[in-house]
Design a binder for this molecule. Sequence first.
Ligand code: PMP
Length: 360
Amino acid sequence: MPAPEPRPGVLDITPYKGGASKAAGAARVYKLSSNESALGASPAALEAIRANAEAPERYPDGSATELRAALAALHGLEADRIVCGAGSDEVLQLLCRAYLGPCDAIVQSEHGFLVYAIAATGCGARVVKAPERDLTTDIDAVLAAVDSDTKIVFVANPNNPTGTWIPRADLLRLRDGLPDGVILVVDAAYAEYMDDPDYEDGFDLARNRDDVVVTRTFSKIYGLGGLRLGWGYCPPAVADVLNRIRGPFNVASTALAAGLAALGDQAFVERNRAHNAAERARLVAALEARQFVVTPSAGNFVLVRVPGDGRARALHDRLAAGGVLVRDVAAYGLPEHLRVSIGSTEANDAFLAALDGSAP
Ligand code: PMP
């Protein structure tokens, strides 16, 4: 009997593979494969998670009222325009589901985050990848890739897995160059790690326009990836659309409580940012001292070039055998690179020791 037929596009998806979390035979595992928070989560968030464990029978607040109010206050936004999701992944998926069909297209950069292409393909839409320059989003190439089918342009800023970013002027030029009616999604999952005055997380743009969506996550600097919590700042009409199609209780109560507590502990965010900046600089220097080429990264990870056929994968496997898990980024069109998340000082030392072939 033939299998039931899904919607057009669904079977064209190559399923997303998350970073490995197990290393067979290793006594101690250091997971540097998923860009998770090096310092875990804020103690305040952990306390909120424990407190929330008391009443799992209660449905969550499907409107995420308190959390949206806190996000709006922290970032100077309008709470009504915020839509929460089970990770920012869900917000990205909802956007595709709401606005894309089989005759439509999205544009993203060549080595952009994979979920955009997966979500769009699942809606039967065409995915157009704009070539990058120096592993960085090239605004002119993105604009040139837009045609009359384009409904959404996705830009991760900073981008995963390259770690590169575009300054405010480029972001504005991109939006100005897009036709009316095309939604620009600025995925700012790593915004909290940024400290350059030329960086624009997208909110300034989104505040004044009805065609810009900014997505954010609690999975990175807030250390809540396992709870699945993200959000989008949308034009009012887009928020209305997403609220119609999302699940009525799409974010779990524990995630809402932890997110609220985490937002209240900005000192933890600052500690995590400082740790990341210091450890990233240390790791880059150590890698360069070992003759590796490292792409300048603004995120909590670095992209390391391992030139030669199959050499990146071989190094990945050798590190894994020593208990250090990094990310193979061949699926991103980067078969000669590895992505290494910035971990705790101990994890980063273990990575360098495994790289040198000594026991971590
Ligand atoms: N955008 C980017 C650029 C990412 O790297 C990630 C996580 N890997 C996400 C979005 C999704 O994160 P989450 O669904 O955990 O919020």
